[in-house]
Design a protein around this ligand. Structure first.
Ligand code: 13P
Length: 366
């Protein structure tokens, strides 16, 4: 039966549901490569590479065309989230990077939020901007190949946060974005990220994540968003970065899946986690533990990592053409490990250049 207040034709709904389901097809996940230039400044700064448009093009082209003797990116990756700059860039053969992805059967995605802005009067809380002109931007991106999009909102855990205002406002912004995307045949990835900053324990994060997701789905329903044609990109439920107590992958996976069971409708086809500054290995192990859990999980549990897919590749690359292949190999190795984790089949501590490195960035701006 059609949803009440149906805003899309059956054909539009089918197109959206097809894309969303293919993004979370068995063993597949998303590579997030849509960092803003300020973030790339830090990433490139760590390896001594100048942060120019050309260097960003070279680095991202390397990831998009990653392949070695046995493997190619599309074995594990179904979608890549691009920054507007990359969306318009081409490889050395003058082929648009978007088309390089489409040829491999990988969906190009686009970051649509325009970053966080303060919510005045709150305890340093924020919302995300970018709704103005969104209709026109979506029409253009769709015309030029975008199949899905991402919008990131940020919530902070503190003694008085997240406030009702922040949760309500961010949920509304996410719902409005999702609704506009769907009108243009773009699958919205809805990302309400609860930051890891703080010394709170696992239980506190679980409670806040449940609350944030409840606000989010209330708003998505209010805005008549077609849930079957969406994906959720949440934080994993972990303790705060400076919490003294350490939790096992099993504990993290149980807390995360419980929070999702309580708040995310079964109509949502997939949940693609952000890595949030965890190490590559922790991110993979936690995702694997969730998929090994023998409980009801009506959605696919997969990944949409940036740092936890790129850290080793970036370290191996160092901005040097001679390291290109090694960087591609490391990206494929992490992508393969995460692909196994989506099926609960990861059995290893797969060591790559930065697999154990802490990727945490305080008050992370994306
Ligand atoms: P991380 O995996 O580095 O947290 O980033 C994912 C992302 O896309 C944030 O918006």
């Amino acid at each position: 039966m059609a949803a009440s207040n149906k805003s899309l034709t059956n054909e539009q709904e089918k197109e959206l549901a097809d894309i969303a389901n293919k993004i979370v097809a068995e063993g597949k996940g998303v590579l997030a490569a849509d960092e803003i230039n300020a973030t790339m400044d830090k990433r490139f700064g760590n390896i001594g590479v100048e942060n120019t448009a050309e260097n960003r093009r070279i680095y991202r082209e390397l990831m998009i065309s990653a392949a070695d003797e046995e493997r190619q990116l599309s074995d594990y990756i179904s979608g890549v989230i691009l920054h507007d700059e990359t969306f318009h860039q081409s490889n050395d053969q003058q082929e648009r990077l978007v088309n390089v992805l489409i040829k491999q059967g990988i969906y190009p995605g686009i970051k649509l939020d325009k970053g966080v802005v303060p919510l005045p009067g709150t305890d340093d809380e924020v919302t995300a901007q970018g709704l103005d002109e969104l209709n026109g931007r979506c029409a253009e991106y769709k015309k030029h190949g975008a199949a899905f999009a991402k919008w990131r909102c940020v919530l902070k855990i503190g003694s008085s946060t997240p406030s009702h205002l922040a949760m309500e406002q961010n949920a509304t912004v996410l719902a409005r974005y999702a609704s506009v995307c769907q009108q243009h045949g773009i699958v919205p990835i809805v990302e309400p990220e609860v930051l890891r900053d703080g010394d709170h324990d696992l239980e506190k994060n679980q409670q806040v994540t449940e609350q944030v997701l409840s606000y989010t789905y209330k708003a998505l329903m209010d805005h008549h968003v077609y849930l079957e044609g969406t994906l959720l990109k949440p934080n994993m439920v972990t303790a705060g970065q400076s919490c003294s107590k350490k939790y096992t992958a099993e504990e993290i996976s149980k807390a995360t899946v419980t929070a999702l069971q309580r708040t995310v409708p079964a109509a949502v086809p997939g949940i693609v986690f952000l890595s949030g500054g965890q190490t590559e290995e922790e991110s993979t192990a936690n995702l694997d533990a969730m998929n090994k859990l023998n409980v009801v999980k009506p959605w696919r549990l997969s990944f949409s990592f940036a740092r936890a897919l790129q850290a080793s590749a970036l370290k191996a690359w160092q901005g040097k053409p001679k390291n290109r292949q090694q960087a591609q190999k490391e990206l494929l190795t992490r992508a393969s490990a995460n692909s196994q984790a989506t099926q609960g089949n990861y059995f290893g501590n797969v060591i790559t250049s930065a697999s154990g490195a802490d990727n945490f960035v305080s008050q992370h701006v994306y």
